[in-house]
Design a binder for this molecule. Structure first.
Ligand code: GLV
Length: 317
């Protein structure tokens, strides 16, 4: 029976990079599921069957070779919202349609943004590492953090995730500014108490927390660079929950080291995940900020636990 259904190419079923079993049950009612392994082992028989591809965590990788080997492909469905990992022009040139799931992760991403904001403000990750460190020498350190109540949050990108962040921030009694390509309706602004900044610069220089939520496009690539960080308050925290490449990472490292801004809390980096090398600049900052690795890179003179740094760096998989 499954053989008569249209073929759906998936990365794998279960496992680290495989689609969840709940999704499999649903998909099996409508498609004959073909894993990339089965496809590659039996390309000749499988290629004509595949009419759709289901992307889970950006996999399988869509390139010219794959598209050429799927003559009956009609649609590629991305299980997330961002499609920056795809060459949309290439896909369209094969007459294949693209679909994504715009609001599927809005609430969880907004929660992650707030979690990073709060963790950085209250220095939770540093405090945790100090608390579990066998060395007690940091216990005297100042872990006061900064106050969130009454602070100004600047949201860059007021789509569905940005708006959900505003809803959450309102409950924390924050003052909310936002910048977006198109201004939200007055009622929507009023519902969350958000004020529109036509210019990004106006938002950057007023915000105590800058939350980056824009999608990655050629226009937003390195949107936040040296100039933008210099516009921010020295007490401000940068939070990035969009894509790593929206923030110029080299400029960020320099800004953090020089105290141009207070801290950064990142859900996204490039590359991702970061190489597990203590010499990587972002990990260096993390080690100076909280003693995560417990060792300082040779020659570092700024090993204060209160040094501005990367307060939180997580990649949620
Ligand atoms: O990052 C998450 C998504 O693009 O859905």
């Amino acid at each position: 029976m499954g053989e008569l259904l249209p073929g759906l190419l998936v990365n794998e079923i279960g496992g680290m990079h495989g689609i969840l079993h709940d999704h499999v049950e649903f998909l099996k009612k409508h498609f004959c599921l073909i894993t990339i392994k089965e496809f590659l082992e039996n390309k000749k028989n499988m290629s004509k069957k595949v009419q759709a591809v289901y992307l889970w965590w950006h996999k399988p990788v869509i390139d010219r070779d794959l598209l050429q080997s799927l003559p009956n492909l009609k649609v590629i469905a991305n299980s997330g919202v961002g499609m920056d990992h795809l060459d949309l022009k290439l896909v369209a040139s094969f007459g294949v349609k693209m679909a994504n799931a715009p609001c599927a992760v809005s609430s969880s991403t907004a929660d992650t943004g707030m979690a990073l904001l709060l963790a950085s403000a209250r220095r939770l990750v540093e405090g945790y590492h100090v608390a579990v460190s066998p060395s007690t020498e940091y216990y005297e350190a100042d872990f006061l953090g900064v106050e969130v109540t009454g602070a100004t949050l600047g949201i860059l990108g007021m789509g569905s995730i940005g708006y959900k962040i505003a809803l959450r921030a309102k409950a924390f009694e924050m003052k909310i500014l936002y910048h977006n390509r198109t201004r939200r309706k007055e009622q929507e602004e009023q519902a969350v108490g958000a004020s529109y900044c036509e210019k990004i610069e106006d938002l950057l220089c007023q915000a105590d927390f800058v939350m980056v939520v824009v999608s990655l496009t050629p226009q937003t690539h390195k949107l936040i660079g040296k100039r933008e960080m210099e516009l921010m308050k020295p007490t401000a925290t940068l939070i990035n929950i969009s894509r790593g490449a929206v923030v110029d990472q080299e400029a960020l490292v320099i800004a953090l080291r020089a105290g141009v801004i207070r801290a950064a809390a990142l859900d996204v980096t490039y590359p991702e995940p970061l190489p597990r090398s203590p010499s990587h600049l972002l990990l260096f900052l993390r080690s100076t900020a909280g003693g995560l690795s417990g060792t300082q890179p040779v020659g570092s003179g700024d090993a204060s636990p209160t040094a501005p740094g990367l307060h939180v760096c997580v990649k949620l998989l």
